[in-house]
Design a protein. Structure first.
Length: 68
């Protein structure tokens, strides 16, 4: 499976547009965090840049969710 969850810069479908300097993702933060648990991938990673996670709600979950 090739899917990159974990985006913290989220927008609704109506707000979404391609941006290359400041990427955004469709869906809620909760949805993106749940994908780490729901979808198994051999190459799972965080999709945003590190500053997007710093001191944000949900960031602690990324530290405690099992890697396998």
């Amino acid at each position: 499976m090739d899917y990159t969850p974990g985006a913290f810069q989220n927008v609704t479908k109506e707000q979404f547009k391609a941006q290359y300097k400041t990427p955004i993702a469709m869906g809620t933060r909760c949805h993106h965090l749940a994908i780490y648990v729901d979808c198994e991938s051999l190459l799972q990673m965080c999709s945003d840049y590190p500053g997007s996670y710093r001191d944000q709600p949900g960031a602690e979950f990324l530290r405690i969710v099992p890697a396998s």
